[in-house]
Design a protein around this ligand. Structure first.
Ligand code: ADP
Ligand code: MG
Length: 236
């Protein structure tokens, strides 16, 4: 579904991505893990077309994304920090996004998260007045709103209360079972255990490994993702 072929990106002298090649397929929930500054967000932004690689290329369903920006309609993206016009209300943000994305096509929306998070009761609240957690709920709801086949979630549960976190995890699992591709970064490895099927591990812009959770568990002898990753890092 998404294939990166020898993708490299430099910022000045810094190699943010060094010859990254990975294949991401439907029905997988892939954790993108690595220390701060290892290139995770740069890689995500390359997939979204927000960062243009210096060399290498990315395909979405077999087409080079450079020549076809329309593929972005198939991706729901939850950024690490969602930025919204301060004086708009939650309701206005949802309406604006629907107007932009739908353009008269009447695409059915998926409002599960809006309901689960109780955002319907907060539609008249202005973005400037929201707590960090509520802002995250808006970002999460928007990522899932147009039923995208690919979900890219950058630290989705950061700032969410435990209940909201569980609701979001449940939604992620449901969508994975629906055959979607989910790419997720998180610093809280313990919350990824029940979600993911594969791990991409990056360090200093390099792809260290991409393997199934099953293989990672077998190779390290550790059941928990956090312990398995610690074991890999000690060996490096
Ligand atoms: P991660 O998400 O894994 O923490 P990033 O992809 O954000 O890492 O960053 C990888 C490296 O690239 C870091 O050293 C970061 O400072 C650098 N970097 C990222 N974006 C830019 C940019 N726009 N300009 C300069 N350096 C950048
Ligand atoms: Mg990042």
């Amino acid at each position: 579904m998404i294939i990166a072929n020898n993708v490299s990106k430099k910022f000045g002298k810094l190699k943010a991505l060094n010859n990254i090649s990975v294949t991401c397929n439907k029905g997988e929930c892939i954790a993108l893990i690595g220390p701060n500054g290892s290139g995770k967000t740069t890689f995500i932004k390359s997939i979204l077309g927000m960062v243009v690689p210096d060399s290498g290329f990315i395909t979405f369903n077999g087409k080079n994304i450079v020549h076809d920006w329309l593929y972005r309609q198939y991706i729901g993206y939850m950024p690490q920090i969602g930025r919204y016009p301060d004086n708009m209300t939650i309701g206005q943000i949802f309406k604006m996004m629907k107007d932009i994305r739908d353009r008269g096509k009447n695409i059915p929306t998926d409002e599960d998260l809006i309901e689960a998070f109780g955002l319907n009761e907060l539609l008249r609240k202005r973005m400037s007045t929201l707590s960090g957690g509520t802002r995250q709920k808006v970002s999460a709801s928007l990522a899932f709103l147009f039923n995208p086949v690919v979900l890219i979630l950058d630290e989705p549960t950061a700032g969410l209360d435990p209940l909201a976190s569980e609701l979001l995890k449940k939604k992620i699992i449901d969508e994975k079972l629906n055959g979607k591709l989910v790419l997720i970064t998180s610093h809280v490895l313990s919350e990824l255990d029940d979600l993911i099927t594969q791990v991409i591990y990056m360090q200093d812009g390099n792809l260290m490994f991409h393997k199934s959770l099953e293989d990672l568990r077998r190779d390290t002898g550790e059941q928990k993702l956090s312990k398995a990753i610690a074991s890999v890092m000690q060996k490096n």
